[in-house]
Design a protein around this ligand. Structure first.
Ligand SMILES: Nc1ncnc2c1ncn2[C@@H]1O[C@H](COP(=O)(O)OP(=O)(O)OP(=O)(O)O)[C@@H](O)[C@H]1O
Length: 376
């Protein structure tokens, strides 16, 4: 059994149905077989119908039967990363002269997710728009090795940029998706199947016949992702995609992006900006922290040189009790919401066991030693 299929079966066995169904849709897409794709859409529709109640035996039968068929074509699942974009020392100074993005070098391969984090106004959007070829660079070079003729037209065609504010569309959501697929050359029955697939994949089916005014901003973001994916971009650039989503949707969209990037059908590089550091750090291969237009920290590099362990803690215990329990093993800071413990002596687990042994009530604990969070 192919590991990917075994993983999906395990999700089913452990009742992680939503995840299993999304993975079944992805796996069926990678077979490039329209019949399997339609079966996967059916499985997803059945799941949605029974979501709140007990799933019927027929759901498990069709899901498992489909997984066996997908497993039989496993050789098509070999994902091969390729160099997609190389940015060499790219920089941008706006004409107003008030803000400069300092030269920065970035490499994105297909399958990679690169997260750009930082506080408001520090240059995340500027960097993303430079990478998407939307802004004229003041310095440096962008190279798209995968594109034969990386001219303006090719970059516009292969690089998709999803802005923070989704532009308004007219008509029904579903019709717009059919149109987007048709523009990408997907016609006839394939157009219908691909739109049904995207509606299921992005959880949009119940909203298919609604208009812009009738759906929430979170679902507009999902619509825009579906629309863009139908155009099969090589590089997907998302500016603050999590801003309009609730916490559960944030988690599932990020996990989905992780899988979509490594799709065999349409492998992509993904670049996204966000204020949600921890969520992005969970799924991104590399995270860049941008401050005042400069890359202050890049995961995987400086983190190796971290000399102290840093922990974030939320507790009802007061500072005096904490200091007593820590007994000089860590420095304590309070920002009004939570404490930060910096210790050159104790790694996170030992700080945790010291706190537990000292009967400190803990409502939140996170090791941020390797997180961009410690720089904010
Ligand atoms: N077209 C422009 N012309 C002049 N200055 C600009 C332009 N676009 C952005 N800026 C300035 O560049 C700086 C960085 O903005 P940018 O939108 O890149 O930051 P950001 O980190 O994405 O912020 P946010 O999280 O608020 O979206 C800001 O000071 C902004 O005012």
């Amino acid at each position: 059994m192919h590991t990917r299929i075994a993983e999906i079966q395990s999700y089913l066995q452990h009742h992680d149905f939503s995840l299993a169904v999304r993975r079944i849709l992805d796996a069926s897409l990678d077979t490039a077989d329209g019949t399997l794709l339609k079966e996967a859409i059916q499985v997803s529709q059945t799941y949605r119908q029974y979501k709140e109640g007990e799933l019927p035996a027929a759901f498990f039968e069709s899901a498992n039967s489909l997984l066996s068929k997908i497993n039989a074509v496993t050789e098509r699942f070999a994902f091969q990363p390729a160099r997609l974009v190389t940015a060499s020392e790219i920089g941008k100074t706006y004409d107003s002269g008030y803000f400069s993005l300092e030269p920065i070098s970035i490499q994105v391969n297909t399958g990679d997710i690169l997260g750009v984090v930082g506080e408001n106004g520090n240059g995340k959007t500027t960097l993303l728009r430079c990478m998407a070829g939307q802004l004229a660079l003041s310095s440096g070079e962008l190279d798209f090795p995968l594109l034969e003729h990386p001219d303006h037209y090719a970059i516009k065609h292969h690089v998709a940029f999803i802005p923070q504010r989704i532009p308004k569309w007219y008509g029904l959501l579903k019709d717009n998706l059919h149109f987007a697929a048709a523009i990408a050359g997907v016609t006839g029955e394939e157009n219908t199947t691909m739109v049904d697939f995207m509606l299921e994949r992005l959880d949009l089916t119940p909203y298919a016949h609604l208009t812009w005014n009738q759906i929430s901003s979170g679902y507009r973001t999902r619509f825009e992702i579906a629309r863009i994916l139908l155009q099969k971009p090589r590089l997907l650039v998302l500016d603050e995609p999590l801003a309009n989503l609730d916490i559960n949707a944030q988690q599932s969209i990020l996990t989905d992006l992780r899988f979509m990037a490594k799709s065999v059908h349409n492998p992509m590089g993904i670049l996204l900006s966000s204020q949600q550091l921890h969520e992005v750090e969970k799924i991104a291969d590399t995270v860049l922290l941008i401050k005042d237009g400069t890359c202050l920290f890049r995961t995987g590099e400086q983190e190796k040189t971290a000399t102290a362990f840093v922990i974030e803690l939320e507790t009802t215990a007061n500072r005096e009790t904490l200091l007593q329990v820590l007994d000089g093993k860590g420095e304590l800071q309070f920002n009004g919401g939570f404490y930060t413990i910096t210790s050159s002596k104790l790694p996170a687990q030992e700080v945790l066991s010291t706190l537990v042994t000292g009967s400190i009530p803990i409502t939140y604990f996170r090791d941020i030693t390797h997180s961009t969070k410690r720089f904010l």
